[in-house]
Ligand binder design. Structure first.
Ligand code: IVH
Length: 671
């Protein structure tokens, strides 16, 4: 065979194998035997081995990359991956529908049509295809930036490396979103294997799916039969669809998997029926469902409804009733968190709820304990819904002993450090600050955690040991740890000490956003840390910022601004920052966005634009140094009203915001 012949044969084999993959993994309807399929694969492998120049990444032989990664890179989503508002009761679902009708007034349809979908309990991913070839994929992460798990996603058989184009035109660039999950059978098998090896089993299929997808070695992921259902698109440069269901039909035609239980329902009554039907059927499925998702089917209506904070107004996760079980409260323990908040936790006789063993349940705060009247010794009903922390649903009063049980009281001194406890709102706080070992431990754990400075191998128990032996009194002390110092403690050996010292050394070059996040300033999560890094460019500038300067920034409200100012005003915090820098932590500078003609200006779009998509318009604003807002507020400088502007327009008019049309906007961005 010469190269030309090989090329023809390779092409034929790949097409045939892709087709069989599609029949097997997507249609669930294989048309050849496994042996026949293996024969085709072996033949393709043989020819590719002989002509290595002809191997391309989209070949079915190239699913599993050979080399493990050192760490995952990150991928910024072109369009943020939003989350969903939740409803737990029928009334809440009906209210969701009523709100939509109110918002669409006066020209709302009599009944809102919804795309009704099962809500899979796995983890959200985004797949990017360029010219029909799978090029990269990421986890949802915080919705803005996710982890690059391309290598691992390639190992999932139901993700085609190449999209089908026999019945549709494939856009040049397309981003597809979906939920990766581990089928229940595979989950059980995996846990049996783990237990046999003496390893801790996964708590639930969701964790197992996440753990399997976030493996640095793609060969491990490949050994876990993960699956996916796709439920939407990110950016794509194709002709727009008119309904969500049409989008799903399109996704199906590309050869990606869409849950066959998806249905269009004519109104909220039918949607409620769909929910109940799915709930009744959930046990018969080979994957976990935690509810259904209702999405307004018409995309023009979706656009008019828009997005609040991080979830669209046009979609709802209507959850199934939580799984419940009864057990006894052994005692009520009070834990101290990073911010000093005291949380009562019920320690329970272990009980299995929906396949997961529960030994503790949060009681939130003193008022909650009172309201539910939980006492140590009580029999209670515990429940878990999806992945949330289990909680006590109710007390079984008739099982309380006739002589009664002692009432629970919040301590007036911190159980960890003995400092006074003060109550702010519903929460009790320890006033010991970082002098309280529990707060110190939690803040060190946070500082070293994966999404902060990511000090690999620094576990919770190590932090306990360092704090208890007074080796570490603040986060900066971590950088003064030496191998000899560690060896002087119990349970440390040459190798483990060396590894930790190296890991600490490696963490000395954080990005600015990670550093800000790591400091653990109240109200500053990952997203806010990124906003601050973008705006201030380095930590010293942030430390000097006044409350007014902070509040000028879109997205920063008065509470967050005050919390940031308070943090840096605290002498201890300023000292620790200095100490960190002296210990060799490099405080990075971030290129601030270049000054464009829209520097500092906030735009809000409502209604359809003629010359751009929403995303293109937002990109133009950002490219000129401006910001695009998701909702109406005082911070918006310009409201760009397109065709058929929605409720945002009315609200903006009422608030007296400056409203411009598309022409004017084009002038401002020079298009
Ligand atoms: S749509 C704006 N559809 O639920 C729409 N999400 O809380 C965003 N999920 O991160 C998501 N099944 O991980 C959508 N049929 C479905 C889903 C689904 C599961 C997950 C997904 C998302 C989370 C939102």
């Amino acid at each position: 065979m010469d190269e030309r012949e090989a090329r023809v044969e390779i092409d034929r084999l790949r097409k045939e194998i892709d087709y069989h993959n599609y029949c097997y993994y997507i249609l669930d309807n294989p048309v050849v035997t496994d042996a026949e399929y293996d024969r085709l694969m072996r033949r393709l492998e043989g020819i590719e081995r002989e002509f290595p120049r002809l191997v391309t990444p989209d070949s079915p032989t190239q699913r599993v990359g050979a080399s493990p990664l050192a760490a995952f890179g990150t991928i910024t989503h072109t369009v943020p991956m939003l989350s969903l508002a939740n409803a737990f009761t029928k009334e809440e679902a009906i209210e969701f529908d009523a709100r939509i009708k109110r918002l669409l007034k006066p020209d709302e349809p009599v009944d809102i049509e919804y795309a009704a979908e099962p809500k899979m309990d796995g983890l959200a991913v985004e797949l990017v295809y360029e010219n029909g070839v799978f090029t990269k994929g990421s986890t949802r992460g915080d919705g803005f930036v996710g982890e690059d798990v391309t290598q691992n996603l390639r190992t999932i058989r139901s993700i085609p490396l190449k999209l089908r184009h026999d019945s549709i035109r494939i856009p040049r660039h397309i981003e597809v979103r979906g939920e990766v999950f581990l089928p229940l059978e595979s989950f059980k098998k995996l846990n049996r294997e783990k237990e046999a090896k003496g390893e801790a089993p996964f708590a639930n299929p969701r964790n197992a799916a996440a753990g399997s997808l976030r493996q640095l070695d793609p060969r491990v992921t490949a050994s876990r039969p993960l699956d996916i259902f796709c439920y939407g698109l990110g950016a794509f440069d194709g002709p727009p669809f008119t309904t969500h269901f049409a989008t799903l039909e399109f996704i199906k035609k590309t050869g990606l998997k869409v849950n066959p239980l998806v249905r269009v329902v004519g109104g909220i009554d039918e949607a409620l029926k769909y929910h109940d039907e799915m709930e009744a059927n959930r046990e018969s499925l080979n994957y976990e469902l935690d509810g259904v998702v209702l999405k307004v089917n018409r995309l023009d209506l979706q656009d008019r409804l828009g997005v609040i904070t991080r979830s669209p107004r046009w979609a709802l996760a209507y959850k199934f009733a939580p799984k419940q079980e009864s057990t006894r409260v052994k005692e009520i323990f009070v834990g101290v968190g990073r911010t000093g908040a005291l949380t009562p936790v019920a320690f329970l006789e272990p009980v299995s709820v929906g396949g997961v063993t529960i030994e503790r349940a949060t009681l939130h705060n003193e008022d909650e304990v009172r309201r539910k009247d939980v006492r140590p010794g009580d029999f209670v009903v515990v429940q878990r819904a999806g992945d949330v922390i289990p909680e006590v649903a109710e007390v079984l009063k008739d099982r309380r002993p006739p002589e009664g049980l002692p009432e629970f009281r919040m301590p007036d001194k911190c159980p960890e450090c003995g400092s006074m406890v003060e109550r702010i709102g519903a929460i009790h706080y320890c006033t010991g600050g970082l002098l309280c070992p529990a707060q110190l431990k939690e803040s060190i754990r946070h500082f070293a955690s994966k999404r902060a400075l990511d000090i690999e191998g620094l576990g919770a128990m190590h932090v306990d040991q360092f704090v208890e032996s007074s080796l570490v009194k603040d986060v900066a002390d971590l950088f003064l740890l030496t191998k000899d110092g560690l060896l002087s403690l119990e349970r440390w050996g040459e190798k483990s000490a060396e590894n930790l010292v190296n890991a600490i050394e490696k963490s000395k070059h954080p990005t600015l956003e990670r550093l800000i996040y790591a400091l653990g300033i109240k109200q500053v999560g990952e997203h806010m840390a990124r906003v601050l890094a973008e705006k201030f460019g380095d930590i010293h500038a942030l430390a000097k910022a006044t409350k007014e300067e902070l509040e000028e920034t879109y997205e920063i409200g008065p509470e967050t601004a005050a919390s940031i100012v308070d943090f840096f005003a605290e002498k201890h915090n300023a000292d620790v920052l200095q100490k960190l820098e002296r210990a060799g932590v490099v405080f990075p500078k971030k290129e601030r966005k270049k000054a464009g003609r829209l520097e500092g200006k906030v735009f809000l779009f409502t209604g359809g634009l003629k010359s751009f998509t929403r995303d293109e318009a937002k990109d133009l604003v950002e490219a000129e140094g401006g910001e695009a807002a998701g909702s109406v507020s005082k911070k918006v400088d310009y409201v760009v009203a397109g065709v058929e502007p929605g409720s945002k327009y009315e609200k903006a008019k009422k608030m007296g915001l400056k409203i411009i049309d598309e022409e004017e906007f084009r002038g401002m961005v020079g298009k």
